[in-house]
Design a protein around this ligand. Structure first.
Ligand SMILES: N[C@@H](CCC(=O)N[C@@H](CS)C(=O)NCC(=O)O)C(=O)O
Length: 230
């Protein structure tokens, strides 16, 4: 049985995992989960992921949620070498640090500012903007301290897959990242050096760009957490 990924076409965590599948050359089936109709909130989906979140990996019956865990699993199980997830403890610690930073701060702040008001009844506030600046300041500093081409070293790792998808949310709302020159340079380099991976991300970015201009109508949704725009 091939690998199945339950994903959403404009979801940054899904797009991060899709880049790993592409990079590793893994045959897989993509099952699109329809966020708009709340397919991920059904009891059937909860059997796959009790958190009712997308993505979920199904590797021959082995079910795994949380995109960071999925990336780590795919790289460890299927990586031909250890480039995208180094075995050396210090190099791996830096990758893990970036993955944690993305989950706790970078993607969190960026998605709260960019995506939440796109889909739900939230506003972009000065506090949200401040947090986004903090996220970018932090990442710019990490790039400076490391002094390498990519987020955790000279070559792309699974951390870049996440950080790139988070950064594209800013591009989708036409947010200028040039005041963070190292982030901008890293992002541009990634697009240039990894066009096939970037294409996966870009497709999601275009969808978000369209939603930014024409917000989706989710008024029918009964969301357990987010206020729905009526
Ligand atoms: N920490 C999770 C987050 C996944 C996540 O938040 N996915 C979004 C779609 S992009 C989702 O399923 N949200 C559920 C909802 O808003 O109802 C991961 O990295 O996999």
């Amino acid at each position: 049985m091939p690998i199945t990924l339950y994903s959403v076409s404009d979801g940054p965590p899904s797009l991060a995992v899709r880049q790993a599948l592409e990079y590793l050359g893994l045959e897989h089936k993509l099952v699109n989960v329809d966020f708009g109709i709340g397919e991920h909130m059904t009891e059937e989906f909860a059997q796959k992921n009790p958190q009712k979140e997308i993505p979920v990996l199904d590797d021959n019956g082995f079910l795994l949620g949380e995109s960071n865990a999925i990336l780590q699993y795919l790289a460890e199980r299927y990586g031909k070498d250890d480039t995208i997830y180094p075995k050396d403890p210090m190099a791996r610690a830096v990758v893990n640090h970036r993955l944690c930073f993305n989950l706790s701060t970078y993607y969190r702040y960026i998605s709260e500012y960019t995506l939440a008001p796109m889909f739900f009844d939230y506003q972009r506030t000065p506090l949200g903007l401040k947090k986004t600046h903090i996220a970018l300041d932090n990442f710019n500093t990490y790039l400076k301290l490391l002094g390498k081409k990519y987020a955790a070293g000279e070559t792309v790792t699974i951390a870049d897959f996440q950080l790139v998808t988070a950064t594209m949310c800013l591009e989708a709302i036409n947010f200028d990242i040039s005041p963070w020159p190292l982030v901008k340079n890293w992002y541009d380099t990634y697009k240039l050096e990894h066009p096939t991976l970037w294409k996966i991300v870009e497709e999601g970015m275009k969808e978000l760009e369209a939603f930014e201009k024409n917000p989706p109508d989710l008024s029918h949704m009964d969301h357990p957490i987010h206020p729905v725009r009526k």
